[in-house]
Design a protein around this ligand. Structure first.
Ligand code: MG
Length: 385
């Protein structure tokens, strides 16, 4: 039995991971954590009875304990608690499905404690990709990406040397606004932007998909994960979302990974790697697929994608600043404080004021995140005036 922890078990990937584990033999759930969805965490805990639990806020501790029908060995809370939890020897594999920047510190702690990391968070790599990759090497820890595109590339690279990559082709469904006219973008409501045509996901990533910032982040994520220069990573719009990404090797051969758009597939492969097991995900019925379409992304309509490329090229703390600004702006948009088109507009303002630090240390990353959020909030307030 491999003992496993899920950080962020109440989010979309966390819930899908539990569904995978329900069918997969050989794994025992040892730890669950959640940010704010206490009700669901209590329900999950009572069902799976993990030895360890984690929550974000200390004030939720009593409510959590009060709802439990069993006695866990320990319950952790807060950032320090999450760090201590990642140091537990009890489990070896950890699924990091926390939303956004807060995944960074637990990810680093998991690497330092030699866990097998199943990473479903891209913001940590966007903010501190080099630091994370250097630590992985130093501690000889293993990281398997769950992001469907990166999981696809990871699978393709099992059949070819990463030193022989000619280019990586990151596919993108194009999001819910692919066919919306540019002039209409500023009137798009959060509920329209959240209606992704292919994937059911959390709110943050759904808005990032609507602006194509998600794809921009994935370019940065791929650059770090696979050690490939930016000019070898291309984005290709593929609305059917059947090809999850492709790798072209130096001889011109292209390998792709295909399948239905269901996160249980990449999650299960990441869990079972290097093994493959049967799954309850349905087979792709090619007779129902009339065509596979491809197009280049419209960067005039979706400037977030080119901003991400530019930021990746500049390096330093620029990607971290981009992420912090985006997280604040997505929240403000969901709270209807700004328009969708204000997201790239304000990001540009934030980046123009950012003083980047070359070869940043972790403290530089933490500091950049903090000051950029403050600046972004200030610019959001100004926008409303
Ligand atoms: Mg993805």
């Amino acid at each position: 039995m491999e003992k496993i922890a899920i950080l962020g078990s109440t989010g979309s990937v966390g819930i899908s991971t539990l569904k995978v584990l329900d069918k997969l033999k050989g794994y025992k759930l040892d730890c669950l954590t959640a940010y704010a969805n206490l009700k669901l965490l209590v329900k999950q805990a009572n069902r799976y009875r993990p030895s360890f639990l984690g929550i974000a806020k200390e004030e939720d501790y009593r409510v959590l304990i009060g709802g439990l029908k069993y006695k866990p060995k320990n319950v952790f809370f807060g950032e320090e608690g999450l760090k201590n939890l990642c140091r537990l020897k009890s489990f070896r594999a950890v699924v990091i499905a926390i939303v956004g920047y807060p995944a960074l510190i637990p990810l680093i702690e998991a690497i330092k404690n030699n866990k097998k990391i199943i990473l479903a968070n891209k913001e940590s790599l966007v903010c501190a990709g080099k630091i994370v990759m250097d630590l992985l090497k130093k501690y000889n820890s293993q990281l398997i990406p769950v992001d469907s595109e990166h999981n696809a590339i990871f699978q393709c690279l099992k059949r070819g040397d990463s030193a022989k990559i000619k280019r990586i082709i990151l596919t993108a469904s194009g999001g819910p606004l692919r066919n919306v006219k540019m002039q209409q973008l500023e009137n798009i409501t959060p509920s329209q932007a959240l209606a992704h045509p292919r994937w059911r996901m959390g709110k943050k990533i759904s808005i990032d998909s609507a602006t194509l910032m998600n794809k921009g982040f994935e370019v940065i994520e791929a650059m770090h994960l696979f050690g490939v220069p930016l000019n070898k990573i291309e984005v290709l719009i593929h609305p059917q979302a059947i090809i999850h990404s492709m790798v072209e090797f130096i001889d011109g051969s292209i390998l792709a990974q295909l399948g239905v758009a269901d996160m249980r597939l990449p999650i299960q492969y990441a869990l079972s790697f290097p093994e493959r097991f049967p799954s309850s995900v349905s087979s792709l019925d090619f007779s129902q697929v009339s065509k596979l379409e491809f197009a280049l992304p419209d960067i005039n309509k979706f400037p977030c994608l080119s901003i991400a490329y530019e930021v990746a090229k500049r390096g330093g703390t620029y990607p971290c600043a981009l992420n912090a600004a985006d997280e604040e702006l997505v929240r403000a948009y969901l709270e209807k404080k700004i328009k969708l088109t204000d997201i790239p507009k304000i990001i540009k303002k934030v980046l123009s004021r950012h003083k980047s630090i070359k070869n940043p240390k972790l403290t530089d990353i933490l500091n950049t995140d903090k000051i950029t959020r403050e600046l972004t909030k200030k610019l959001i307030r100004k926008e409303k005036e």
